[in-house]
Structure formats: structure tokens, C-alpha cells
Design a protein around this ligand. Structure first.
Ligand code: 13P
Length: 248
């Protein structure tokens, strides 16, 4: 399978900065087919800008969240139909920053994943343990619980999701999981997917957490690491393109 390298800009950017960053990425690609599939998940207000900048390019775009509700009185929420209006391909759901700062539970995350799929947007489902959970030997149990909720909700559509393993202790800290640590968890997730779908090999399992130009190749060389979800390094065109090239 072709790997998928997705950028998560988080709450960064401006009209001017986005234009410069995307232009630098497209210039860097030089009209060639990238070594992996690419996507940029940007703050919702910038989706129409990205739709324009990326039209006809090999880079897809996505949102960083989506409402679990279809429409109506949910102030501040963005529905999957609204994302779809802009040609949005992906929506991150259950990022640890949403779980941690916005109280999103496994049930809410599962509902978001289900809503995204039903609306034709591929959910990038994030799972991952905190440092305390890792130290308590709970890593497997935590990620399996988080993924199980989503599998339960999306049922026969499980092969259509993207999973991202993002150990919370590695996000934005410069501390990356070693390739072996990451592979170990990815193998657990693959086995869980295999029990739920006939096509576990179709599901991209991305690694996220301080992936950068220097460490990407060794992580992406692991058997069950099918790509990356990149925070900080996706804000620098050269670094992001280097990671994409590392996926070859
Ligand atoms: P960093 O790459 O900045 O550690 O962020 C990872 C992440 O949270 C991507 O969703």
C-alpha cells in the first residue's frame, strides 16, 4: 500500500502564511508524483483557501475535527456536510488534544468517526496512551479500548478508517517512540483490525508524535507503520517533503 503522510497544522496559520507554505510544498514537489499520498489537515476557516490552493494537486485536505451531530443547534460545531462542501477528504477525530482539553470520550470520538464515514469523509482516528499509562503497563489496553469503541460504531466500514497511533508523551515533546516501540503498538492495532474486518491490510495505521525529517525513515520502515500524522514538521515545507520522500 502507498503510505500516507498527513500534516496536522493544529491552531496555526494565517491566509498569508498558508499560501506561502502550500506554495513552497507544491514548488518542492515540482509537478512530480509524491512518494506517498499526502494530506493537510487545517483549521476549519482555511478549508476554502486550501481547496483553492490545492486544486488539481496531489495533496488532499482535511479538517482537524468534525461534529458528531448532523446539523442544528450545536453552536461552534462544524458538520461533515459542511466539510464535504469544500471537497474535504479527511477529518481527524479523537486527537489527544481534543480528548484532553475538550473532554472527548471514546463514545464521542466513535460517534464522530461514524458521522464522518456516513458523510463521505475519511476519519483519521487517533489513539494513544499517556506517559502515566505507559509506565503503568497499560499501553495496549488503552489503545485497544479507544479503537474498540470506533470499531463498534462503524462496524462493517472498519476497513475505511485511517488509524493514527499517537503516544501522548511523544506529541510536541521532541520525544519520539522508538521504531520498535511504535511497531509493537501498530502490530497490536493491526491484529485488532484483523479481527474486525476482512481487509485489515487496507487500513493505514499512521504514527504521530515528534516525527520529523531525521527520524521518519526508520519509523516508516516498520512493517505496520503505513504513514505519519505530522504536527510541528508539517509547518515547514522542506521538512514535510523530506518525510514524504522518506516514505518511498
Ligand atoms: P508533533 O509532530 O508536533 O509532535 O505533533 C504530532 C501530532 O499531534 C499530530 O497530530
Amino acid at each position: 500500500m502507498r503510505k500516507l503522510i498527513a500534516g496536522n497544522w493544529k491552531m496555526n496559520g494565517s491566509l498569508a502564511a498558508n499560501e506561502a507554505l502550500v506554495k513552497a510544498m507544491l514548488d518542492g514537489l515540482g509537478g512530480k508524483v509524491p512518494a506517498s499520498d499526502m494530506a493537510l489537515c487545517v483549521p476549519a476557516p482555511y478549508l476554502p483557501q486550501l481547496a483553492g490552493l490545492l486544486q488539481g494537486s496531489p495533496i488532499a485536505w482535511g479538517a482537524q475535527d468534525v461534529s458528531s451531530h448532523e446539523s442544528g443547534a450545536y453552536t461552534g460545531e462544524v458538520s461533515v456536510a459542511m466539510l464535504k462542501d469544500f471537497g474535504c477528504r479527511y477529518a481527524i477525530v479523537g486527537h489527544s488534544e481534543r480528548r484532553q482539553y475538550h473532554g472527548e470520550t471514546d463514545v464521542v470520538v466513535a460517534a464522530k468517526a461514524q458521522r464522518a464515514l456516513a458523510g463521505g469523509v475519511t476519519p483519521i482516528v487517533c489513539v494513544g496512551e499517556t506517559l502515566a499509562e505507559r509506565e503503568a503497563g497499560q499501553t495496549e489496553a488503552v489503545v485497544k479500548r479507544q479503537l474498540a469503541a470506533v470499531i463498534h460504531a462503524v462496524a462493517h466500514c472498519t476497513s475505511e478508517i485511517v488509524v493514527a497511533y499517537e503516544p501522548v508523551w511523544a506529541i510536541g515533546t521532541g520525544k519520539t517512540a522508538s521504531p520498535e516501540q511504535a511497531q509493537q503498538v501498530h502490530a497490536v492495532l493491526r491484529a485488532q483490525l484483523a479481527a474486525a474486518t476482512q481487509h485489515p491490510e487496507r487500513v493505514h495505521i499512521l504514527y504521530g508524535g515528534s516525527m520529523n525529517a531525521a527520524n521518519a525513515a526508520s519509523l516508516l520502515a516498520q512493517a505496520d507503520i503505513d504513514g505519519g500524522l505530522i504536527g510541528g514538521a508539517s509547518l515547514k515545507a522542506a521538512d514535510f517533503l523530506h518525510i514524504v520522500a522518506s516514505a518511498a
